[in-house]
Design a protein around this ligand. Structure first.
Ligand code: FMN
Length: 177
């Protein structure tokens, strides 16, 4: 698949086949996502891969009811976390720019999209999810204090082929100076 095909045909997939994702395949996908750019190459994104069905069901029920329909068939739930106080920071602990620690979200977003594209290129579907009870889920997953949970990514072999939601035209997205 070339880059344009991969970008254009990737969709948020919210229904999955009852088939596990091989560890070796997911490790390859994480290895590809490692090539996402990051603030001063700090590479702060860390993934927690959850494949225990009972755990995914508990997360759906207690911490992410809005996305319960996605989690009901998801064989691999990825919690994308970041190591805090690195991206956007100087060595002395001060912020480099007026964005403060906002760059850590930026880095994690790029990493999640790279992960999603790599998954798609390898025949998997994925959806990035932001709607969940973050503080409570951080406790449940025992995310260390120096890390923050940013997003959940449901992944698996697709059981649906969603149509692409409408995109805005280039004229609306772009202005020249
Ligand atoms: C930061 C972020 C948060 C999202 N949160 C959710 C979510 O909680 N649940 C969900 O079903 N989709 C979620 N999505 C997926 C978007 O709805 C989806 O990307 C958008 O509708 C465009 O569809 P496409 O990915 O198929 O192109 C999220 C996407 C992003 C980037």
């Amino acid at each position: 698949m070339n880059t344009a095909d991969c970008i254009l045909s990737r969709r948020s997939v919210r229904a999955f086949q009852d088939k596990p994702v091989p560890h070796a395949l997911f490790e390859e996908i994480v290895g590809l996502a490692a090539y996402a750019p990051s603030w001063k190459n700090t590479q702060i994104t860390r993934y927690i891969a959850i494949e225990d069905k009972a755990m995914i069901a508990e997360i759906a029920e207690k911490y992410a009811p809005f996305n319960a329909h996605v989690l009901s068939t998801c064989p691999l739930l990825v919690a994308a976390t970041v190591i805090k106080k690195r991206s956007g920071y100087e060595r002395d602990g001060s912020f480099t720019t007026d964005r403060g620690d906002g760059w850590q979200m930026f880095d994690c977003g790029i990493a999640c999209q790279t992960l999603s594209l790599a998954a798609h290129d390898n025949g998997l579907g994925a959806v990035i999810m932001g709607v969940f009870d973050r503080p409570a889920l951080e406790k449940y997953l025992a995310v260390p204090d120096d890390r923050e949970l940013v997003a959940l990514v449901a992944m698996g072999y697709p059981a649906e082929e969603p149509a692409a939601p409408r995109r805005k035209p280039v004229e609306e997205l772009l202005s020249w100076r």
